[in-house]
Design a protein around this ligand. Structure first.
Ligand SMILES: Cc1cc2nc3c(=O)[nH]c(=O)nc-3n(C[C@H](O)[C@H](O)[C@H](O)COP(=O)(O)OP(=O)(O)OC[C@H]3O[C@@H](n4cnc5c(N)ncnc54)[C@H](O)[C@@H]3O)c2cc1C
Length: 415
C-alpha cells in the first residue's frame, strides 16, 4: 500500500477524528455518512484527565473545545419539593471540559473537510474482501475497492453486521430506556442541573449554553426497543405514560417534551464483541465498544482514533498487526469505561425506594469534604487508566481554519 485508500463509515466523532489523522499523513480517506448532512444532535459530552487532554492537544483541538465549553456547574439531587439533597460536583457530570456534541461534530468536520472526501446520504450494503482490498457496494454510489474499511458507524453499526453477521444480541440491554430533548428553561436554571428521581423513573434537567433553553433526560425502566419503536412520537407516549403522576416539576417537563423538536429515544445498552476486526475491516468508537449513555463514548472514540491511526501509520505494510495492537491497547481501556452504561440507569432511576434512599446516602457521603479525593478518583479513574502511546512528534493535526469555506457552504444539520 503506497498511499492507502481507506473507507471510513460514519461521520460522527470517531470517523472524522480518524480521517483527520490519516489524511494529515498523506493517506486517502473517503468518509461515507448515511444522513443527508452532519448529525449535530445530542446533549453534552465531556473530557476528563490527562489522557483525553493529550489527545485533544495533539489534535490541535484543546483551545477550540475550551472556547465552546458549556461551563456547567453542579447538579443537585432534589426531592419532590425541589429541596437539594446532595450537590454533585461539576467534575462528576461534566468532567474537566464539556461541550455540546454538535459543536464537536461541527469542529471535526471543519478541520477535516478539505482533505477528506465526504459523501453524505450513502451507506455500504456489502463488503467483500479480496487479496488486494475490500470491494464495497453502496446504496447510491457505484461499487469501489478500498485498501481498508473502518466501521465508525455507531452503536447500531452496519459495518459490524456486514462483518460479523452480528444481530442485536451484541448490544446488551441494561434494563432502562432514555429520552433526551431540549426544552424551554422554565426552571430558570443557570449553569447548573437538577436530578429528580422516583423508583424506576428519573429526570435530569441542565441549563444549556443558551440560557433560554435546558436539556432534559428522562430515564426509566423498560426493555429493549425495536428499530421502529424509537420515534419521537413513541418517546412522547412512553414518557407521558411512565411519568404520569410523578412529583416535583415533572409534569411541566413532560409538557415541554411534547413541543421539543430534537427528541432522542433509546434503550440503554452496550456493545460487547469478541473482536474488533476481521481481515481488512476494523470497527472504531461506539461500533466497537459503545454504550448508550454514561460510558465516556466520545473521548474513547477520539482516543481510539488516535491509537488506530498511530498503529496503522507505524506499520503501513501490515494492517493485521496494526489492528491487533489497536485492539490490545483499546480493549482494556474501553471495556471498564463502558461499565458506566450498566449503572447509569440505576443512578438516575433506582428501581426501589430503599435503592433510592441508598443512592442519596451514598452520594451524600462520597461528596462530603473528607472523601473529596476518593470521589475525584472514582469519577476519573476509568478515564485515566491508559498509557497513551507516543507515535512521534510529527503526528499532529494541522490547525487550518476553514471558516471562509463554511460561510459559503454551511453544512445543514439535523439530529
Ligand atoms: C445524533 C446523535 C446524538 C448523540 N447524542 C449523544 C449525547 O447526547 N450524549 C452522548 O454521550 N452521546 C451521544 N451520542 C453518541 C456519541 O456521539 C458517541 O457515543 C461517541 O461520540 C462515539 O462516536 P461514534 O463516532 O463512534 O458514533 P456516533 O457519534 O454515533 O456516529 C456514528 C455516525 O455513523 C452514521 N451511520 C450510522 N450507520 C451508518 C451507515 N450504515 N452508513 C453510514 N453512516 C452511518 C451515523 O449517522 C452517525 O453520524 C450521539 C450520537 C448521535 C449520532
Amino acid at each position: 500500500m503506497t498511499r492507502p485508500h481507506v473507507l471510513v463509515v460514519g461521520a460522527g466523532i470517531a470517523g472524522p477524528s480518524l480521517a483527520g489523522w490519516l489524511t494529515s499523513q498523506g493517506w486517502r480517506v473517503t468518509l461515507v455518512e448515511r444522513a443527508r448532512s452532519l448529525r449535530t444532535g445530542g446533549q453534552a459530552v465531556d473530557f476528563r484527565g490527562p489522557v483525553h487532554r493529550t489527545v485533544l492537544e495533539r489534535m490541535g483541538l484543546w483551545e477550540a473545545i475550551h472556547e465552546r465549553r458549556t461551563r456547567s456547574g453542579t447538579q443537585s439531587l432534589v426531592d419532590a419539593s425541589g429541596r437539594s439533597l446532595v450537590e454533585l460536583p461539576a467534575l462528576m457530570m461534566s468532567g474537566d471540559v464539556e461541550l455540546h456534541r454538535g459543536d464537536l461534530c461541527q469542529l471535526l468536520f471543519e478541520r477535516t473537510r478539505v482533505r477528506v472526501e465526504y459523501r453524505f446520504a450513502d451507506a455500504p450494503t456489502a463488503l467483500r474482501e479480496t487479496a488486494e482490498g475490500v470491494d464495497v457496494e453502496f446504496e447510491r454510489h457505484a461499487p469501489q475497492r478500498f485498501d481498508l474499511v473502518v466501521g465508525a458507524d455507531g452503536l447500531r453499526s452496519t459495518v459490524r453486521s456486514l462483518l460479523f453477521g452480528e444481530g442485536p444480541e451484541c448490544l446488551r440491554h441494561h434494563g432502562y430506556r432514555v429520552v433526551g430533548c431540549t426544552l424551554p428553561n422554565t426552571l430558570g436554571l443557570r449553569r447548573r442541573g437538577v436530578i429528580y428521581s422516583e423508583p424506576g423513573r428519573g429526570v435530569s434537567v441542565t441549563s444549556a449554553q443558551d440560557e433560554a433553553l435546558a436539556r432534559a433526560l428522562f430515564v426509566f425502566t423498560g426493555g429493549p426497543l425495536g428499530p421502529h419503536e424509537r420515534s419521537p412520537a413513541s418517546a412522547r407516549d412512553a414518557v407521558s405514560a411512565v411519568f404520569a403522576g410523578a412529583g416535583w416539576k415533572t409534569r411541566q417537563l413532560v409538557e415541554g417534551l411534547r413541543e421539543a423538536e430534537d427528541v432522542y429515544f433509546d434503550a440503554i445498552g452496550s456493545v460487547r464483541l469478541a473482536r474488533y476486526s476481521r481481515g481488512r475491516v476494523v470497527l472504531l468508537g461506539d461500533a466497537a465498544w459503545g454504550g448508550t449513555l454514561g460510558g465516556q463514548g466520545t473521548p474513547l472514540a477520539m482516543v481510539g482514533a488516535y491509537v488506530l491511526a498511530g498503529e496503522l501509520l507505524a506499520s503501513p505494510g501490515s494492517h493485521q498487526e496494526a489492528f491487533s495492537r489497536f485492539e490490545a491497547r483499546m480493549r482494556p481501556y474501553a471495556t471498564p469505561a463502558q461499565e458506566g452504561a450498566k449503572h447509569v440507569g440505576g443512578f438516575f432511576a433506582p428501581r426501589t425506594r430503599p435503592g433510592l434512599f441508598l443512592r442519596n446516602q451514598l452520594y451524600r457521603v462520597l461528596t462530603s469534604k473528607p472523601l473529596e479525593r476518593v470521589f475525584v478518583k472514582l469519577v476519573t479513574q476509568a478515564a485515566h487508566a491508559f498509557e497513551l502511546p507516543d507515535y512521534g512528534g510529527a503526528f499532529s493535526l494541522p490547525r487550518h481554519s476553514l471558516d471562509g469555506a463554511l460561510q459559503n457552504d454551511p453544512p445543514r444539520s439535523h439530529g
